[in-house]
Design a protein around this ligand. Sequence first.
Ligand SMILES: NC(=O)c1ccc[n+]([C@@H]2O[C@H](COP(=O)([O-])OP(=O)(O)OC[C@H]3O[C@@H](n4cnc5c(N)ncnc54)[C@H](O)[C@@H]3O)[C@@H](O)[C@H]2O)c1
Ligand SMILES: [Zn+2]
Length: 382
Amino acid sequence: MKKFVIKPKIYFNEGSMKFLKEIKGSCAFIVSDSVMEKLGYLQKTIDYLNEAGIKSAVFTEVRPDPDVKVIAAGMRRYLEAHADTHADIIVALGGGSVIDAAKGILYSLWQFSKAAGKQFKRPLFIAIPSTSGTGSEVTNFSVITAEGEKVCIVDEWLAPDIAILDSACIQHVPQQVVADTGIDALVHAIEAYVSTEATPCTDALAEKAVQLIFENLRTLYNDVSDSHARECVQNASCIAGMAFTNANLGINHSLAHALGGTFRISHGRANALLMSAVIEYNADLNGNTGRYAAEKYAKLAAVLQLPARTYREGAVNFMQAVKDLKKSLGIPNGIRQLGIDQSAFENELGNMVELAFRDRCTSTNPRQPSREDLIGIYKKSF
Ligand SMILES: NC(=O)c1ccc[n+]([C@@H]2O[C@H](COP(=O)([O-])OP(=O)(O)OC[C@H]3O[C@@H](n4cnc5c(N)ncnc54)[C@H](O)[C@@H]3O)[C@@H](O)[C@H]2O)c1
Ligand SMILES: [Zn+2]
């Protein structure tokens, strides 16, 4: 049975971080990173909470693609800072890595308390994303690396209660991060749209996200000071998050998790490098596995006002539009261009395919792949 749930209350627009001044509570635990600290956003968060009479303890050791060691360090910091009483608020301030780490810390604290037979009162969980992005501020997902493998924890309990989309927080994002995270959001929308779990609700969200990204990501990439483009891409990222937390994803993400974890490629870039081959595989225009995905890609072409008189024409035009967008964002043409040696890549293929095959995103891909199919997509993307 399919269902649709969105938990967080969402505050929009530049300056919405001020909402923190209205929060009720007494002590907060803030999860963030050194970049947020350097850019002054962490201090701003502490100051706003202070104005609300809330004291804060901070953990700023999150690194991109957080692993279990970061989660353990965050738990230690939490227990040290809140030895007598639990925090009543958790704030995640940063990119997807920070929000996922906060989810991981919160989830582990809950599980450890349960195992010890203790009560754990879930704090109010506030996410303030600083990339656009993962959509993690509205999703039930947390991606944590364990023994070199990216593992998705999925639980409705993980979704933040409040998401604050303050576009001021994303005004210093480096150009390459704008491109990679923007493409990640686009892949979320596309994969949710063709997912076997898609519903009319997730379709509506995915269509809007695709439209906003095509209309604004190039502009934002070329001029990160463009506040309209910034807000549009930030909204698109959040909307795509709402779509995929309900419809799940597909093999673009399964293959990207394995590729990114193996060769230390950022999540968004790994998705970007694979997406053309994945769309082509799913559309299967020269095969006989069905038209479902190709017809949906054609619908996205129509959303972008590209010719789509037949499903074939629409799917081809959508694929070309994706290629053109990637090119204009400086995304390399293949994995090889990252300086990865071909034999090193081929040595890892078997392992990456096994990881991708059992990734939880694979089950909702519109076309069920064989291991050989996945090898083919990796080779084509190299
Ligand atoms: N939970 C989910 O639903 C979900 C979905 C997709 C991806 N992910 C995971 O999220 C992680 C990637 O997150 P991301 O793409 O947001 O990147 P990120 O959080 O890893 O950040 C990338 C880099 O940009 C920096 N940065 C962040 N915000 C900045 C700002 N405003 N100004 C300047 N620099 C800034 C960070 O410090 C970091 O160095 C991966 O681990 C991925 O697997 C999670
Ligand atoms: Zn993603």
